[in-house]
Design a protein. Structure first.
Length: 378
């Protein structure tokens, strides 16, 4: 039986502490001397729970993190997370006081943003981002004069310089060439800055894929994200990464009730499922409001009940879904359905859901809802 009176209520996330420790060790083994992990804890630690993950990482002597927003950084500080916290994205001027109050570092997006930060009139610790080819955030690498002017801003305490690789996960000759060109461009900028008398205390280039495939580009930090959580963006990426990673997250939900459908009866919104014969269904207490993709409806996806796959039938609702348990004996209200994770000899991964949804595992995980209780186990 999969009844579980101890963990979870309606629907919840379980985090495997042992798997997280394993992944930290595996990634640290790739780091050259002088480089440390700077895990990406943005979007609630890719759905895992930012505070739970960060505090556990602190216990493993991980003392640098990056987040997407100032609010994410404030949440970590309010929950006693220690170490460097870098805000990677845009912060509105009204929130500049939070950067100082909570000892957060802000990314300088370009020269115009540097001027806005400088006009705040108080010292702000920053890392300067250089756009070496992704054409997203960062001052363009060829605009050396503009970059120098950023370094001349009197109220910016520049503690780092970084860039981001945009095709480090690709294996084509063109992608590999582009990645090396990005790195060369970054180092050329650093050299220009030095020639003008500016030092760069910390440098960082790589994220998860960069660490796996270009560890020679590791500088002071490796901004590992999805790999920390035990998978990569796709199944193919996970299988070819060359190191053993263990998924940290499982999603489970209660079976609310079990009922019979007679042959020819329809169920769910739009009556999209019609029972081809007498059928037994279970109502599982989780839905797209919890981040389960609605595209898994009507037999595309499945869950695990008693170690057996139960196909999702009909349309997934905001708070519930229907699954066919006709071939699974002894299912009762209160039993546990596994949406991501293992039950018996069967496993469903975030990559499985991503393939069914036509996306990547990063999106599946980062969209998981706040009302799913997170628990660190083991």
């Amino acid at each position: 039986m999969t009844k579980d009176k101890h963990y979870g209520g309606r629907a919840w996330i379980e985090l495997d502490r042992t798997a997280l420790h394993h992944n930290v060790d595996a990634l640290r083994a790739l780091l050259p001397n002088g480089c440390e992990l700077m895990p990406a804890i943005k979007t609630n630690a890719y759905g895992h729970g930012a505070v739970l993950i960060s505090k556990e990482l602190n216990r493993l002597d991980v003392n640098a993190f990056c987040v997407a927003t100032v609010q994410e950084g404030v949440e970590l500080r309010k929950n006693s997370v220690n170490g460097t916290i870098l805000v990677l994205g845009y912060t509105h001027p009204r929130d500049f006081p939070l950067l100082r109050r909570y000892n957060l570092m802000q990314t300088v997006l370009d020269l115009s943003y540097a001027k806005v930060l400088d006009r705040y009139g108080k010292k702000i610790s920053v890392h300067v981002k250089i756009d070496t080819g992704m054409r997203r955030l960062g001052e363009r690498s060829e605009k050396i004069e503009e970059i120098i002017r950023i370094f001349q801003c009197k109220n910016l305490k520049i503690e780092g310089v970084f860039t981001h690789l945009c095709v480090a996960d690709e294996t084509s000759h063109e992608s590999i060439k582009f990645t090396h060109a990005q790195a060369k461009t970054f180092y050329d900028v650093i050299a220009e800055l030095r020639q003008h008398g500016f030092t760069c205390p910390k440098k960082h280039i790589i994220s998860s894929d960069g660490l796996l495939y270009y560890p020679e580009l590791a500088e002071n930090y490796a901004r590992v994200g999805i790999a920390l959580y035990g998978i990569l963006s796709t199944r193919a990426d996970t299988e070819r990464c060359g190191i053993s990673l263990e998924p940290v997250l499982s999603i489970k939900a209660r079976i609310a009730l079990v009922k019979d459908l007679f042959a020819g009866e329809a169920a769910g919104y739009g009556l999209q499922f019609v029972a081809p014969q007498n059928t037994k269904i279970a109502v599982v207490a989780i839905g797209y409001g919890d981040g389960i993709p609605r595209s898994l409806s009507c037999g595309v996806g499945s869950v695990l009940v008693h170690g057996i796959k139960a196909p999702i039938v009909g349309r997934i609702c905001m708070d519930q879904m229907l699954v066919d348990i006709s071939n699974i004996p002894n299912v009762e209200s209160g039993d546990v359905a596994v949406i991501i994770g293992q039950s018996g000899n069967e496993r469903i991964t975030a990559c499985d859901l991503a393939e069914q949804d036509g996306t990547i595992s990063n999106e599946i995980l980062s969209r998981l809802g706040e009302r799913l209780e997170r628990q660190m186990l083991k």
